[in-house]
Write a protein that binds this ligand. Structure first.
Ligand SMILES: Nc1nc2c(ncn2[C@@H]2O[C@H](COP(=O)(O)OP(=O)(O)OP(=O)(O)O)[C@@H](O)[C@H]2O)c(=O)[nH]1
Ligand SMILES: *[C@@H]1O[C@H](CO)[C@@H](O)[C@H](O)[C@H]1NC(C)=O
Ligand SMILES: *[C@@H]1O[C@H](CO)[C@@H](O)[C@H](O)[C@H]1NC(C)=O
Length: 407
């Protein structure tokens, strides 16, 4: 008879077999975008490192898809493996990770034994008394899972309709990622555990060594970097040699001194539009205002070329072309869009912005934040990185915070 309770995990060890593999899965609130999800990965990786001190866990990478902003028509953007955007061997040099399909193949079927839906506390925080805590509590929001006739839980599992959950419960949590570790190690004997709404967990140590190791391991997929590099060379006279952005395929071997990267002879711009302007935010400029700033930066830094990454709608692009006819953009053909998808195009834009001599982004855009980090990894002087556009009506235009890389 199989041992009951968490002791079951010890059985293979007692029998002298290889330690049992335990699977950690997670997902994020559906409206969250690509770049916030990349930040949640960093938090979960930190939890996984804590778990690895006691047991043999691997992280199952949540397939990409059904993101609100990935609206390119006519291409199916669901069940996308991480390898389409990131380099798996690089991720694996930080923590053990596998794609969801591999989990299906090796875990014995499309079942997730335990799902914990993370939530806050119904009573909220008590003023002035921050404490880290985690408790099993009744679910606050309506569950996004429902039982089928076999008593299995059905729900959104990244578009894998055959996947089922065996048990779902809610955990109220207030704290950093590793606060979940004791629950996974001691309270459950499940061999596959999914943390849903994982964005409720905070960073164990934002900006610390573990943070940066995980962030550095999130190397973009090679095929996307190659596209970006070819574009840099062809349209922006930018090569690693000339730009002094020497890249090592193995991130663990890469250590650069701050300020050593020169960057290509162009200004890199990220202009986040769409929902950022629909809400009439004060910290986002008009296109006229942005172009005025771009011209002044080109002048100050004696640059002639400007690369613009933007999610602007077609009418805005047309206006931008009139105001800034010399701008360079990565404009994918239909085939390229189908091949790289919206996520891959975001990566290519970010990669090109990351190699510019000087970068300016949009206020509180996680898309811009990921570019800051990429430039930090490449060794740029922070002055050339932590810049953003100001809204015309903004009184106090605070610039982004410099998060210094720690090795
Ligand atoms: N290719 C490209 N896509 C962009 C650009 N700016 C925004 N996007 C798209 O729009 C999305 C941005 O918005 P969200 O999905 O809300 O979230 P996010 O990626 O976490 O970033 P922010 O909303 O900017 O904080 C990205 O994931 C991209 O798909 C851009 O400059 N280039
Ligand atoms: C985990 O187990 C401990 C010890 O049995 C118990 O005190 C605690 O309430 C449990 N926590 C959760 C979240 O179930
Ligand atoms: C489901 O999980 C919860 C939390 O771990 C546990 O208390 C409960 O007994 C489980 N239910 C079943 C049917 O296993």
């Amino acid at each position: 008879m199989a041992a009951q309770g968490p002791g079951r995990r010890l059985t293979p060890l007692l029998l002298g077999l290889a330690a049992l593999v335990l699977y950690l899965l997670y997902d994020v609130n559906p409206p969250e975008g690509f770049n916030l999800r990349r930040d949640v990965y960093v938090r979960i990786a930190s939890l996984l490192k804590t778990l690895l001190k006691s047991e043999n866990w691997v992280l199952v990478l949540p397939p990409w898809g059904r993101l609100y902003h990935w609206q390119s028509p006519d291409i199916l953007q669901v069940r996308i493996p991480w390898s389409e955007f990131f380099d798996l061997p690089s991720l694996n040099r930080n923590i053990p990770v596998i794609e969801y399909e591999q989990f299906l193949a090796e875990s014995g079927g499309p079942f997730i034994e335990q799902i914990y839906v993370l939530q806050g506390y119904a009573e909220g925080w008590k003023e002035g008394t921050w404490e880290e805590k985690i408790d099993e509590r009744p679910c606050i929001d309506q569950l996004m899972y429902s039982k089928d006739k076999h008593e299995y839980y059905r729900g959104w599992f990244w578009g894998y309709e055959e996947t089922r959950g065996l048990n779902v419960s809610c955990l109220s949590v207030q704290g950093s990622a590793s606060i979940v570790a004791p629950i996974l190690l001691k309270n459950t004997s499940a061999q596959s555990v999914m943390l849903d709404r994982a964005e409720n967990l905070l960073h164990d140590h934002y900006g610390g060594k573990d943070y940066w190791n995980t962030r550095r391991s999130m190397v973009f997929a090679k095929h996307l970097r190659v596209v970006g590099d070819e574009f840099r060379k062809k349209y922006l006279q930018s090569t690693d040699e000339a730009d002094r952005t020497h890249y090592k395929e193995d991130w663990t071997q890469m250590k650069v001194k701050m300020g050593t990267a020169l960057g290509g002879p162009y200004l890199g711009v990220h202009l986040r539009r769409k929902d950022f302007i629909w809400g009439h935010r004060e910290d986002v400029p008009s296109l006229q205002g942005a172009v005025k700033k771009i011209r002044s930066l080109l002048d100050v830094h004696k640059l002639e070329k400007v690369f613009v990454a933007t999610d602007a709608v077609e009418e805005e692009i047309e206006l931008l072309k009139k105001l800034l006819p010399e701008m360079v953009r990565f404009e994918p053909s239909w085939e390229e869009l189908e091949l790289y998808k919206d996520g891959g195009l975001a990566v290519i834009d970010q990669w090109i912005c990351a190699h510019a001599r000087y970068f300016i982004g949009t206020s509180v855009s996680t898309f811009s934040f990921r570019i800051h980090e990429e430039r930090e990894i490449l060794g740029f002087d922070p002055k050339t990185t932590y810049n953003r556009f100001c809204g015309e009506k903004e009184k106090n235009c605070e610039q982004p915070t410099h998060w210094k890389i720690v090795y």
